[in-house]
Design a protein around this ligand. Structure first.
Ligand code: RTP
Ligand code: MG
Length: 148
């Protein structure tokens, strides 16, 4: 089953949006397979966003990510990468639709509350980076009520 790496950024944690984010992914029918609250070092944040390291906003982005604890999660389910990005909304909160996490809770790009993997391939890479011991292995008893 497909997995995505979802991270609540420092602003989301400080503003008390952890429960709200988890609630939306849970209620959709996805399964939580990993969860930790942690501070990340500069090198680690740079590794996570290494594909953006030539962008003009890179330094600002790294400062933002290391400015406080983040909640790192693995979520599992059919099409969770694409659907997770829909739940999160467009990168720029001024363009993300109401009903999405960024559309409902964020105003600026540099404080957009949450990260979600942008492809199955980057999800695998990010999960390996953030959860070197892999996902937690458990089977939900409601699976048959969500998937055909
Ligand atoms: P994320 O990786 O955090 O889920 O965000 P994303 O895929 O929607 O957007 P991405 O292009 O990967 O950018 C990563 C984060 O960098 C910040 N950003 N600032 N022009 C700018 O100032 C700018 N562009 C991107 C955002 O916080 C974005 O989420
Ligand atoms: Mg991205």
């Amino acid at each position: 089953m497909e997995q995505s790496f979802i991270m609540i950024k420092p602003d989301g944690v400080q503003r008390g949006l952890v429960g709200e984010v988890i609630c939306r992914f849970e209620k959709k029918g996805f399964h939580l397979k990993g969860l930790k609250l942690m501070n990340v070092e500069r090198n680690f944040a740079e590794k996570h966003y290494e594909e953006l390291n030539t962008k003009p906003f890179f330094e600002k982005l790294i400062e933002y990510i290391i400015s406080g604890p983040v909640v790192a999660m693995i979520w599992e389910g059919k099409n969770v990468v694409t659907t997770g990005r829909k739940i999160i909304g467009a990168t720029n909160p001024s363009e993300s639709a109401p009903g999405t996490i960024r559309g409902d809770f964020a105003v600026e790009m540099g404080r957009n509350v949450i990260h979600g993997s942008d492809s199955v391939q980057s999800a695998k890479k990010e999960i390996a980076l953030w959860f070197p011991d892999g996902p937690v292995n458990w089977q939900s008893s409601i699976s048959h009520w969500v998937y055909e």
